[in-house]
Design a protein around this ligand. Structure first.
Ligand SMILES: [Zn+2]
Length: 265
C-alpha cells in the first residue's frame, strides 16, 4: 500500500520542491566546493542563489569594506554594515548563515593573486563576480591550468555577460580579450569589451542586470555540477536589459592565446 502523505508533510522539507525536478541531485550540489571571488553586487546575489539552490560548501574572497553606495543592490548588506565599514565578506558570511544555518561558508580577505598556489585547485568550481580584469585573468589562467570549471559574470548598467570556461573544451576568458583589455588590466573594466578606463570612479550598475546575470551564473553552475555539459553555455551569454534581449555570442579559441597547448589548438 502506498505511504499516506498528510497535508503539510511535504512542506517541512526545505528542498521538497527542488527534489521534484527529475534532473536535480541535492547530494552532488551539497558536496561541491565552490569558490566565489568578489563580494560586491554579483557576489551578494550569487551567494544568495547558491545557498537557495542547495550549495553548502562556499568560500568567498574579497578585501573591500561595505559603503552606502553598495546598499541599492546587495542583499546581505545593511545601513549598519556601511556605518561600521564592515568587511564585505564578514557581512555576507554572517547573514548567509542566518539564511541557512547548515551552510559551511568561510572567507579570505587577501587579493586572489596573493593566495597560495594550491588555493584555487582545492575547489571544484570557481565563480568570478569581479569588476577588474587582473583578477579575472588570474582566475581564468589558474582554473584553466588546473582543469577547474570557471564561470565568469560581469555587468555594466543594463548590460551583462556570463562566460563558462571548461578547460580543454571551450575558449577561455583571454581568448575573447583584445590588447586594449590587457593594457587596462589594472583599470575598472567593462564586461562588454568597451574601454571604460575613464569611467571614474566605478562602473554604473543597477540590481536588475545583476539579478539576471547572477541567475545565469548560478544556473550554469548547477548544470556543471549535475553533469549537464551539453546544456551548458559554451560561448558568451550576453544580456541587454534595455532592448530586453539575450543572445549567445560565438567565441573562437584565439590561436595566439597562451593558455592552450599546441595539442589543443
Ligand atoms: Zn584562451
Amino acid at each position: 500500500m502506498a505511504e499516506t502523505v498528510k497535508p503539510g508533510d511535504l512542506d517541512e522539507d526545505k528542498y521538497e520542491r527542488s527534489k521534484r525536478l527529475e534532473w536535480f541531485d541535492l547530494d552532488k550540489i551539497q558536496r561541491t566546493r565552490v569558490l566565489v571571488v568578489g563580494g560586491g553586487a554579483i557576489g551578494n546575489e550569487t551567494v544568495k542563489n547558491l545557498i537557495l539552490a542547495g550549495f553548502r560548501k562556499i568560500t568567498l574572497v574579497d578585501m573591500d569594506r561595505v559603503v552606502r553606495s553598495n546598499l541599492n543592490r546587495c542583499i546581505f548588506f545593511d545601513e549598519e554594515d556601511a556605518e561600521r565599514r564592515r568587511l564585505k565578506v564578514e557581512a555576507i558570511v554572517e547573514k548567509a548563515r542566518k539564511l541557512d544555518k547548515e551552510v559551511d561558508i568561510d572567507y579570505r580577505t587577501e587579493m586572489i593573486q596573493k593566495l597560495p598556489e594550491d588555493f584555487i585547485p582545492s575547489y571544484d568550481l570557481v565563480l568570478g563576480c569581479l569588476d577588474n580584469v587582473a583578477a579575472r585573468l588570474h582566475l581564468n589562467a589558474h582554473c584553466y591550468r588546473h582543469g577547474i570549471p570557471y564561470v565568469d559574470a560581469a555587468t555594466q548598467g543594463f548590460v551583462g555577460k556570463v562566460q563558462v570556461v571548461l578547460p580543454k573544451e571551450t575558449p577561455c576568458l583571454e581568448c575573447g580579450m583584445n590588447k586594449t583589455h590587457v593594457k587596462i588590466m589594472e583599470e575598472r573594466f567593462s564586461c562588454t569589451g568597451e574601454d571604460v578606463t575613464f569611467h571614474v570612479p566605478k562602473m554604473a550598475a543597477e540590481i536588475t542586470t545583476t539579478s539576471v546575470v547572477s541567475a545565469i551564473q548560478t544556473r550554469e553552475s548547477i548544470k556543471l555540477v549535475l553533469g549537464m555539459e551539453k546544456e551548458l553555455i559554451r560561448n558568451v551569454f550576453y544580456y541587454d536589459g534595455m532592448r530586453n534581449v539575450s543572445e549567445i555570442l560565438e567565441l573562437d579559441r584565439n590561436p595566439e592565446c597562451a593558455h592552450h597547448p599546441v595539442s589543443e589548438k
